[in-house]
Design a protein around this ligand. Structure first.
Ligand code: FE2
Length: 376
């Protein structure tokens, strides 16, 4: 049983000496929420069917554009434009109304956004992160009336020694998982330091958990929004060091475990590709279930995540593939990079342009190759 153990989680002030702490730049802006994600899709009908079965609701649909919402008060959580090929286009965040957009224009190359492009209205700017992903910052965003969500089952869950449900049954409705809100987006990048610094500077995010390689260099940062004394999700933006710039997945909050489970039934019945779950994450603690759309983009349902106030100290955790989840099925091999000619070419290019070293590549390879659950 020695292989079954949770990794240590060190507060920054007590992390081993060789662990490199992430510097925290002074933020230009403190975003208050993740508003919506933007995609480009060649087949809007197919995309709409997937997202509807996943639990999103159509706000508007034309030949060129699809806007979707969830049960929460956001006017939109996803916007898809028709294009020749599928692509993740970027994320939009809500920022305070006194945000200095002029300074962002001067110092960070922000460009004004055409208000007509913002579903729900408002004004804002468009920035590009170091990988070229578009990041929209929006002030004065509108809201809509939230839709009723069923009560979470755990309010009436019978647990050992604690009986609250008597003469009553559990009958969760057979329907798509009702999504309450957009939770987080995960981005892979070959320029981990530049990306984490940029997101801390331009969104004010705080690293909640940072995972590091054997040499103590950070590889993965789970970052939360700085909402002061108001609790924020364990992570809203996750930056993962890797060999590619790409969207890894986004995650969408549902009421409870039964919504994950019934949602899975509906997705399976409609022929969608299941990826991973149900399980519980370790860092962030969410119950999760992962899906792949027809273009290979990953979408996660989750429930019961951790929240932290701004004063919670950053934790440093050694990276291993097994540390991604606490229990559940083994993560599918496809979730981790596999050696290939294309990957070696990519690595060579990164080394040649000074964005990667051979020693870091070796450490990364070793970490990815170590079996997560050797007995499975
Ligand atoms: Fe996630």
């Amino acid at each position: 049983m020695t292989a079954l153990r949770s990794p240590p989680e060190y507060p920054a002030s007590a992390a081993p000496a060789h662990v490199e702490r992430l510097a925290r730049p002074e933020p230009l802006v403190k975003a208050s929420s993740l508003a919506f994600l933007r995609f480009e899709k060649a087949d809007l009908d197919r995309a709409q069917r997937f997202w509807a079965d996943f639990g999103l609701l159509t706000v508007s649909r034309t030949d060129q554009e699809l806007v979707m919402r969830c049960a929460g008060s956001s006017p939109a959580v996803l916007v898809a434009q028709r294009a020749s090929r599928a692509r993740y286009a970027g994320a939009a965040f809500v920022v305070p109304s006194d945000t200095d957009f002029e300074r962002l224009r001067r110092e960070s190359g922000a460009e004004p956004l055409d208000g007509a492009l913002i579903p729900g209205g408002g004004r804002g700017v468009s920035l590009r992160d170091p990988d070229g992903n578009e990041v929209w910052l929006i002030a004065g965003w509108g809201s809509v009336d939230p839709l009723p969500l069923r009560a979470a089952q755990h309010m009436r869950t019978n647990s050992l020694g604690h009986t609250v449900r008597v003469n009553a049954t559990v009958r969760s409705p057979i329907e798509p998982a009702m999504i309450g809100r957009l939770g987080h987006v995960v981005l892979q990048t070959p320029v981990f330091h530049a990306m984490t610094q940029w997101y801390m500077r331009h969104l004010g995010v705080i690293p909640t958990d940072v995972q590091y390689l054997d040499d103590g260099s950070p590889l993965l940062a789970f970052c939360r929004l700085d909402r002061g004394a108001t609790p924020a999700d364990h992570h809203t933006v996750v930056i993962v060091g890797g060999l590619e710039s790409r969207y890894e997945h986004s995650a969408w909050e549902v009421p409870d475990l039964d919504a994950l489970g019934q949602g899975q039934q509906v997705m399976r019945a409609n022929g969608h590709r299941h990826l991973w779950g149900i399980g519980r994450h370790l860092l962030g603690s969410q119950l999760f279930d992962y899906w792949k759309d027809a273009d290979g983009f990953e979408f996660e349902h989750y429930a019961d995540g951790d929240v932290f106030t701004a004063d919670h100290e950053t934790r440093y955790v050694p990276f291993s593939t097994g540390s991604i989840w606490a229990w559940g099925d083994d993560a599918p091999a496809g979730m981790f990079p596999r050696p290939s000619i294309a990957m070696m070419r990519r690595a060579w290019r990164l080394v040649r342009t000074g964005r990667l070293t051979w020693s870091r590549l070796r450490l990364l390879g070793r970490a990815m190759k170590a079996p997560a659950r050797p007995w499975l």
